[in-house]
Ligand binder design. Structure first.
Ligand SMILES: Nc1ncnc2c1ncn2[C@@H]1O[C@H](COP(=O)(O)OP(=O)(O)OP(=O)(O)O)[C@@H](O)[C@H]1O
Length: 329
């Protein structure tokens, strides 16, 4: 095992009476922001609980920060922060009281707990509100408190279970930026689960993909999103001739020029890149037809593609008009 390895499992299996939640999972995670990806029921939460030493594995072994998950759970939980998926905040206490309490539970002396709480709540962007009862908080504020309590004891690793759950697009972006900073500013490694694939493409260095408790793939995010040999082309309508089907006209001309063209979604054409001249051919064709170019870019693979054979990956539209891929349950 590499000395800096954060998580390592070997043949990890968890069987419940009627379902195998983890099935011979062997994976290694290095420092950074790592996404744990899988549809609902894939085994993500079960894996997190076993890594924290809160639930025993049926078979197989695992280490977190070099510590054995079967015998060193308390030592792991001293060094690892955990943000659970579900709402777990008492409504009648303030964020400050709650996070101080969690810091004390983690073993910090009273003065240090208060100081770390103030720092951590500031880092997650909770200011005056931190003295108000949490029952009146928005979902975004509650998620920030949950993140703060995971960070307050200065862990080496945090396990974040669906931290963007219930947030609107702006709240999601803020939370993702915050998660990125946990590693870049403080050097705390992050394992984050979500079923929103678009989020992971932007936030994570590495992705671990599980399905039905089995490892589908573990590799750098960049390798999931390598460029394809396809150009994505989107054109405007003709400014005067509104009866012209612009997409069909472009497609016909490019096909006549010997290029392979296929539609992708409503207004994007995918043009196979034959050689360097393909870009010029597309640009000239569009100009000849009197149309404008909205988009001309080399297409990248999407993380969602890994699921298209085995599970249903569906698309929903995010506020930028692009697609945020969501794994169906
Ligand atoms: N305590 C339990 N008893 C029985 N079955 C369980 C238990 N916990 C989880 N499971 C089952 O194990 C499988 C994996 O569940 P898990 O919660 O780990 O998935 P997940 O990927 O975290 O999904 P979600 O995003 O819905 O939480 C599911 O089929 C679930 O029903």
């Amino acid at each position: 095992m590499n000395v800096s390895t954060v998580i390592k499992t070997d043949g990890l299996t968890k069987r419940f009476p009627r379902v195998t939640a983890l099935d011979q999972l062997t994976v290694e995670v290095q420092p950074g922001v790592v996404g744990l990806v899988g549809a609902n029921g894939a085994g993500k939460s079960t894996l997190i609980k076993i890594l924290l030493g809160l639930a025993p594995a049926t078979s197989g072994t695992g280490r977190v920060l070099g510590l054995d998950i079967a015998t060193e759970g308390p030592a792991i939980r001293e060094r690892v922060g955990y943000m659970p998926e579900h709402d777990c905040l008492p409504p009648d206490v303030s964020a400050t009281e709650f996070v101080v309490h969690m810091a004390r539970m983690a073993g910090l002396p009273a003065a240090a707990a208060r100081e770390r709480t103030a720092d951590t709540l500031r880092h997650v962007g909770l200011y005056e509100e931190r003295y108000r009862p949490m029952g009146g908080y928005s979902t975004g504020m509650k998620q920030r408190v949950k993140l703060a309590q995971a960070l307050v004891h200065d862990p080496q690793l945090v396990l974040l279970d669906e931290p963007t759950n219930g947030l609107d697009p702006v709240g999601r972006d803020d939370m993702l930026a915050l998660i990125r900073r946990v590693y870049t500013d403080f050097g705390i490694s992050v394992l984050v689960t979500t079923h929103l694939l678009g989020e992971l493409e932007r936030t994570c260095d590495h992705l671990v993909v599980i399905d039905g408790g089995r490892l589908l793939r573990s590799s750098s995010t960049a390798s999931f999103t390598e460029v394809t040999q396809l150009l994505a082309v989107e054109v405007t309508d003709h400014p005067e001739d509104l009866s012209l089907d612009a997409d069909a006209a472009v497609r016909e001309r490019l096909t006549a020029a010997g290029l392979t063209v296929q539609p992708d979604g409503s207004r994007v054409l995918l043009v196979e890149i034959r050689d360097e001249d393909t870009y010029d051919t597309v640009r000239d064709t569009v100009a000849d037809l009197g149309l404008g170019l909205v988009r001309l870019e080399q297409r990248r693979h999407r993380v969602a593609e890994i699921f298209t054979d085995d599970t249903d990956a569906i698309n929903d539209t995010d506020r930028t008009g692009g697609t945020a891929d969501v794994l169906a349950s």
